[in-house]
Every structure is written in C-alpha cells, then in structure tokens.
Ligand binder design. Structure first.
Ligand code: GLN
Length: 188
C-alpha cells in the first residue's frame, strides 16, 4: 500500500487533514483540482465540507465525468461526510448534483440541529472499534444492489462499501488512528 498515489479532492472542505493522514500511512498524496489529475491516481478521497458547493465546482471543472469513468473502471473512491453525499445515487429531498456512483440514499444533516457535532465509539465490520467524529453528518437511509453496511450507530447506517467504493458519515481524518485509511488503501 505504501507508494500508492492517493488523490484528495481539494476544491473545498477538509482536504488537508486527509492529506496528512495518508502521508502518515506512507502513501503519496496529491491535492486534486483539475480533471487531468484523475488519471494519474491509484485512489481518490472526497472530503467533508459542503456537498452542494463541492458538487457545483466538480461539475464546473469537469471533474465529475473524470471521476465517474475512473471509478467505474475500478479506482477506489472514499467519501467522508459531504463526500458520502456526493457518492450517493440519491439524496433524500434534494436535487443537488452528485456523482451517483453508490447504490445508497443519503439524508443530509440527518442527526438533527441540536446535535450539530458529536463523537461516538463505533464498531466497524472487518475493522473493529474506532472513534467517530460526526459534524453535521449525513446518514444512509437505504442501500440496495451490491452495497454492504459496515457500521451502524444508533440504528443509523454510517459506513457503507460497494466494491471499490467506501463512504463514511464521520471523519476518520480527524482522529489519530489510521485503520480506515489502511482498509481503504488495501483496495488500491
Ligand atoms: N452537512 C454537510 C453537507 O450536507 C456535510 C457536513 C460535513 O461534510 N462535515 O454537505
């Protein structure tokens, strides 16, 4: 896994934290802002931030089509928080643009305004126990097709996988452990 080139979409949001976590894993990283960069990558991370802004910028720069075709050809893509929303085929009660790559329906800001952000202990299938940081987090309301549920918290789906695609409602780049990064790199 060391030496793999992990691109981090750097249009907006929490991309620097992902960059530093993947550096600590020994991966090469590049901050991605242009469509031409996508073809040089072994894997891509779509960070947390504001999914409507990121989706609009992705479309404007032609990044959406570049990501969709490389992901369909098997490139691993991991979305955290807003990144999860951007991977979803369906966003409940919204018409915002997404990549539509994963067979999931996602609800935005789903844990309610009174719990804007929180931390919780999570048990993840195939990975084990980790702390999850949730910031105005979405959750997955429904999965279909080949999508597998890897973690639920308070009966809400917060981590899913569909072959080369991974999505988390929470922010593993904001905690010390690198278990989820390593799990993702194994796909590359
Ligand atoms: N609520 C944001 C959105 O809907 C996601 C929040 C985050 O990425 N931390 O885009």
């Amino acid at each position: 896994m060391a030496g793999k080139r992990v691109g981090i979409l750097a249009l907006q949001g929490a991309f620097l934290e992902h960059e530093s976590a993947f550096k600590r894993c020994g991966a090469q990283t590049s901050l991605v802002r242009r469509a031409e960069q996508i073809k040089t990558l072994d894997a891509l991370v779509i960070p947390g931030g504001e999914s409507t802004a990121m989706g609009t910028l992705m479309t404007r720069f032609g990044l959406d089509q570049a990501i969709i075709s490389k992901a369909r050809a098997g490139m691993p893509v991991w979305g955290t928080c807003a990144g999860m929303i951007l991977l979803a085929r369906e966003v409940v009660a919204s018409k915002q643009p997404t990549l539509g790559l994963m067979d999931i329906a996602v609800r935005r800001n789903a844990f309610g305004r009174q719990v804007d952000s929180f931390e919780a202990e999570l048990v993840i299938e195939g990975i084990g126990i980790t702390r999850g940081v949730f910031i105005r987090a979405p959750y997955v309301e429904r999965v279909w097709g080949e999508t597998k549920i890897l973690c639920e918290y308070q009966e809400k789906i917060v981590m899913v996988e569909e072959n080369n695609l991974l999505a988390t409602s929470f922010h593993p780049e904001l905690t010390e452990t690198l278990d989820i990064q390593k799990y993702f790199l194994q796909k590359a």
